[in-house]
Design a protein around this ligand. Structure first.
Ligand code: T5A
Length: 210
């Protein structure tokens, strides 16, 4: 019998539609009676949410880049141990808004940290945890940034210049080409309806739903 306790991650640069489409994925799983939880990074536990505030609140003291990298992994450690592993062990599907690929894309390709060092931290923190599927919503960085403008505020990670997010996007696309079986890249400049039709196709095949 198919194990339905899948680990699904959603990735992409700012404003590509991760939050919007997570709701769609949750509805899909509910309609198919697949028990699931939605969570996010950085965050997902009480302590990890405190770290999220340190990382994203633009009014906090300056965050050195190495502290940023280590804090993302500290938050992930709480999240993996206290939420993701228990949910999967209890047979639940986990839908996660960003995961380690974000660290490689943002801190690796964006900030310039050595990817092999990020992978080493990752192997310490994650043990054997790896997403079953990663949906990468892809759009030119300026389109996503424009969409986020409507929100009226910018967090600390949204205050870089556009070339930073272009490097992040390139990083994601490189990761996707290295692991084409795990990554499903979706053009998020399409209408929301088309994006969601693409997501549905990938979920149908993951859960073997005809
Ligand atoms: N980070 C995170 C790291 O640097 N390293 C790490 O390891 C991790 C885990 C987290 C920040 O931390 C960084 C990355 C981030 O900078 P966040 O709030 O979790 O921040 O992530 P954001 O990307 O900032 O989330 P956003 O809410 O900005 O973007 P979403 O969720 O991708 O976009 P969403 O769904 O809110 O949509 C934005 C707008 O676009 C519209 C929506 O209706 C909405 O108005 N939209 C579309 N419009 C037209 N066509 C479509 N296809 C559309 N899809 C959505």
């Amino acid at each position: 019998m198919l194990n339905k306790a899948k680990f699904i991650t959603i990735e992409g640069t700012e404003g590509v539609g991760k939050t919007t489409n997570i709701e769609f994925i949750l509805n899909y799983l509910n309609e198919n009676s697949i028990d699931s939880i939605v969570t996010r990074e950085p965050g997902g536990t009480e302590n990890a949410e405190k770290i999220r505030d340190i990382l994203l609140n633009p009014n906090n003291e300056q965050v050195p880049e190495i502290a940023e990298l280590l804090l993302f992994f500290s938050a992930r450690s709480f999240h993996v141990s206290n939420v993701i592993i228990p949910a999967l062990q209890n047979g639940k599907c986990v839908i996660c808004d960003r995961f380690t690929d974000a660290t490689i894309a943002y801190q690796g390709y964006g900030r310039g940290f050595d990817i092999s060092q990020i992978n080493m931290l990752s192997s310490w923190v994650l043990a054997d945890i790896k997403p079953d599927i990663t949906i990468l919503l892809d759009a030119p960085a300026d389109i996503g940034m424009q969409r986020t403008m409507n929100r009226g505020y910018r967090d600390r990670m949204e205050s870089e210049d556009i070339s930073f997010y272009e490097r992040v996007r390139k990083g994601y696309l490189n990761l996707a080409s290295e692991e084409p079986n795990r990554f499903q890249v979706i053009d998020s400049t399409q209408s929301l309806q088309k994006v969601q039709a693409d997501i549905k196709n990938h979920l149908d095949s993951l859960f073997q739903i005809a």
